[in-house]
Design a protein around this ligand. Structure first.
Ligand SMILES: C[S@@+](CC[C@H](N)C(=O)[O-])C[C@H]1O[C@@H](n2cnc3c(N)ncnc32)[C@H](O)[C@@H]1O
Length: 201
């Protein structure tokens, strides 16, 4: 995702807008549904969900500060008190999220890293799935959406040993909750979606 440098995207400004930078275990309520999106981009998907479901908690995680600033703008514009924004790397997720707190994790249009030598950078790579695993509540859901068929098929293979696959959709219809990438890619071809549930034995 390209984003020109945003002058206002400083740690100071973004901290005032509610963005968190320093890894710290989040204090999350046990009696609310917790949604997490990793690699949120400009945050259209998670901001709309936060707006429509004020009774739930939403966490957007994005590594790029300039892009993350766009999520913070939406939080401020719509007064989204239930949206937590983490400007950090997915690899550090276990430093932020306590065990067994997440109901649903969204990976939307994650970078597909098509070359085999780069596969280990994928956000669905088995080592990453292993990191996410303990963050889910019993019955928690991982939802991956992409337009990249090879990445989709490989992600299913990575997920199968850990998750019970509940949905493999090769033609996902449009919905009110679409990311910036989904809106762009839809005009070019099909959108794929994969869902799996976690059971802690
Ligand atoms: C292809 S874009 C998709 C953005 C958004 N999900 C969408 O669908 O419009 C991938 C996003 O993931 C972010 N990203 C890539 N690797 C990441 C990582 N290791 N940790 C956090 N974010 C990451 C990138 O900065 C970028 O914003």
């Amino acid at each position: 995702m390209r984003q020109r440098h945003v002058k206002q995207a400083t740690i100071e400004n973004m901290t005032m807008m509610g963005v968190l930078f320093e890894p710290q275990p989040l204090k999350l309520p046990h009696d609310q549904r917790i949604h997490l999106e990793i690699g949120s981009g400009k945050g259209q998907f998670i901001a709309k969900l936060s707006k429509d479901y004020p009774e739930d908690i939403f966490i957007a995680l994005e590594i790029d500060m300039d892009i993350c600033y766009r999520i913070a703008e939406k939080k401020v514009l719509y007064g989204l008190d239930n949206l937590i924004i983490l400007c950090t790397s997915a690899e550090l997720i276990d430093l932020w999220i306590p065990f067994e707190t997440i109901d649903i994790l969204y990976l939307n249009f994650s970078d597909p890293w098509p070359k085999a030598k780069h596969h280990k950078r994928r956000l669905t790579w088995p080592l990453m799935l292993d990191k996410y695993r303990m963050l889910f509540k019993e019955g928690g859901i991982l939802q991956c959406r992409t337009d990249h068929l090879d990445f989709f098929l490989d992600s299913q293979t990575y997920m199968e040993p850990i998750f019970t696959i509940t949905e493999v959709d090769y033609h996902l219809p449009p919905s009110p909750y679409m990311t910036e990438y989904e809106e762009k890619k839809r005009v070019k071809g099909p959108i794929y979606q994969l869902k799996g549930t976690i059971h802690h034995d």
